[in-house]
Design a protein around this ligand. Structure first.
Ligand code: PRP
Length: 181
């Protein structure tokens, strides 16, 4: 049953899974013979990362970076705070940053700069969702699951005020939930 706060489903679980499998196949082709390090950006990426790495048949490592840019707001503040850094160094590693959504690009632009300074062998971005119309900082994502319209999306890891992450589909949230009259 659809959650009462949801206006409509944009991508259902089956559609997401098929796309995740084809992204994993692209990554396998591009990183054949290598052992990439997947870096999940918490919290939003946790479901996507879990599904993605289970489809990638390569030796790999997994680490997490926890950042916060939105807090409880629905618009980015432009300030990125690192709440949890990586557990290990990445010098010489082939790093794939895994994100749920690329919106203004402020978060990934900050993270790319920070990680590039640590001298990885390569650094690329895999984002499930991309909202190109919202971009403020130039960011190139090598792997994109879906381009999406500028609507408030929740589910499959994405939240509003830390809710709705467990919904298995990617959904448009009803406007009255995030807009106060
Ligand atoms: C969301 C999302 C990205 C970021 C994208 O994170 O997971 O990290 O916003 O927005 P941007 O391109 O405008 O910077 P959020 O700060 O909401 O935290 P969360 O991952 O814990 O939900």
């Amino acid at each position: 049953m659809i959650h009462p706060d949801i206006e409509r489903i944009l991508f259902d679980g089956q559609t997401i899974q098929r796309r995740v499998e084809s992204l994993a196949a692209e990554i396998e082709r591009d990183y054949g013979g290598k052992a990439p390090l997947f870096v999940g950006i918490l919290k939003g990426s946790f479901i996507f990362l879990a599904d993605l790495v289970r489809c990638v048949e390569l030796p790999c490592d997994i680490d997490f970076l926890a950042v916060s840019s939105y807090g409880k707001e629905s618009e980015t503040t432009g300030t990125v705070r690192v709440l949890k850094d990586l557990d290990s160094g990445i010098a010489g590693r082939d790093v794939i940053i895994v994100e749920d959504i690329l919106d203004s690009g402020m978060t990934l632009s900050y993270i790319m700069n920070m990680l590039q300074n640590r001298q990885p062998a390569s650094l690329s971005i895999c984002t499930l969702l991309d909202k190109p119309s919202r971009r403020k900082a130039p960011v190139f994502a090598r792997y994109v699951g879906f381009q999406t319209p500028d609507e408030f999306l929740v589910g499959y890891g994405l939240d509003y005020s830390d809710r709705y992450r467990n919904i298995p589909s990617i959904c448009v949230l009803k406007r009255e939930i995030y807009e106060t009259v």
